[in-house]
Design a protein around this ligand. Structure first.
Ligand code: NAD
Length: 373
């Protein structure tokens, strides 16, 4: 692990190495940018091959969060944490996550954590025992709970914006929408699409999930092998990343790609190729920002109604991406980056970097004390 790696992988404000030998904690917190607000991003627990791999991952992911929050129009910066551990072998989860919580707390609110791959709501409850700077805690503790319904609602907004742009339609009625992955996001998205009277085609490697939704809504399904190549108006990837790659791109038969999955394009150049094929791509980090918006509302004092209202902004954000793309003749994935950079460049000069709990818009000290009970 070296400073060279940190320099090579971005312009981060702060990188914190956390170690507690007694409780078996080895973690890294990366704060990429706090020009818009405190750096928010989940804690990933993963078995990395090396410390360098973990460092590169946290640097990359925290930078992504800066762009996601900025493009979403939130007063949040970008941060992320990784805990280097095998989630199946951790014996004392409470100790590990409380130890991690003390490090998060030591940053005074400059970094706010949340659940991510390999961590659970229960883990965040342990973090909450040591710090108020954690989101995604259970509703019973004043948190917002599972973000997936909000992510799914945001994806619906993204699909509506894409349909308006690409097909000139205000409604999804009768449009063929293929949903890949029927997990937390995909399942909720299917419900919305059914209400919108779209013709929904579903797919998952888990046949129990497929049969359940097929029966419930009388839907058609396709196999996981066929799903990417199914003829449709909208293809909504809600399972894996990198579904648009060298093997799939020439066989895609959709007019729009708009889904909840992260990193839909295997490489940026695949976004350029989609333009050539006349397929409209709704950039993933703009489309799937609903969960982050929901968490933001949690920081302001949570209400489900306000959270759903906030998520409707995904529609306008996506339309703005399409406008930038058209005005500057650039692919949508680049336009989404421009949107984020534009906002950062406008707001950054107004602010000093976020100084933790003493600066707004987040919890005042009084609010923090109230949350801690
Ligand atoms: P999940 O694990 O609940 O669901 C994923 C589903 O995809 C599972 O049902 C799985 O069986 C299925 N799947 C896996 N491989 C498949 C394949 N080859 N073909 C078809 N189905 C397949 O995950 P989730 O929370 O619903 O998240 C879905 C995607 O959205 C992920 O890429 C995640 O990173 C992204 N995302 C989720 C949220 C959120 O709020 N949950 C927020 C932002 C982004």
């Amino acid at each position: 692990m070296s400073f060279e790696l940190i320099k090579e992988h971005g312009d981060h404000e702060e990188v914190v190495f956390c170690h507690n030998k007694d409780l078996g904690l080895t973690a890294i917190i990366a704060i990429h940018n706090t020009a818009l607000g405190p750096a928010l991003g989940g804690t990933r627990m993963w078995t990395y091959d090396s410390g360098d791999d973990a460092l590169i991952d946290v640097l990359r992911l925290s930078r992504g969060m800066t762009y996601k929050a900025a493009a979403a129009g939130l007063n949040l910066g970008g941060g992320k944490a990784v805990i280097i551990a095998d989630k199946t072998k951790v014996k004392n989860r409470e100790g590990l996550f409380r130890a991690f919580g003390t490090f998060v707390n030591s940053l005074g609110g400059k970094y706010i954590t949340a659940e991510d791959v390999g961590t659970t709501v229960k883990d965040m409850e342990h973090v909450f025992a040591e710090t108020p700077f954690v989101t995604g805690i259970p509703e019973s503790l004043g948190g917002s709970g599972d973000p997936s319904p909000y992510t799914a609602y945001g994806v619906l907004m993204s699909i509506k914006a894409s349909v308006k742009k690409q097909l000139g339609l205000e409604s999804l009625k009768g449009l063929k929408v293929v949903v890949q992955g029927l997990g937390n996001v995909g399942r909720n998205l299917v419900e919305h699409l059914v209400k919108e009277e779209a013709e929904v085609i579903i797919s998952d490697i888990d046949t129990v999930k497929v049969e359940f939704l097929k029966d419930k809504y009388n839907l058609q399904s396709v196999s996981p092998e066929e799903v990417v190549f199914t003829e449709c108006d909208v293809f909504a990837p809600c399972a894996l990343g990198a579904v648009v790659n060298d093997d799939t791109i020439d066989k895609l038969k959709c007019k729009i790609i708009s889904g909840g999955a992260n990193n839909i394009l295997k490489e940026s150049r695949h976004g350029d190729l989609l333009v050539k094929k006349g397929i409209l791509y709704a950039p993933d980090f703009v489309a799937n920002a609903g969960g982050l918006m929901n968490v933001y509302v949690e920081l302001e004092g949570y209400s489900k109604d306000r959270a759903f209202n906030k998520v409707e902004a995904v529609f306008d954000n996506m339309m703005e991406v399409f406008e930038i793309s058209e005005a500057e003749s650039i692919p949508t994935y680049l336009a989404a980056q421009r949107l984020a950079e534009k906002r950062l460049s406008i707001i950054a000069p107004l602010r000093v970097h976020h100084q933790g709990r003493n600066s707004r818009p987040f919890a005042t000290l009084k609010e923090v004390m109230e949350r801690q009970g």
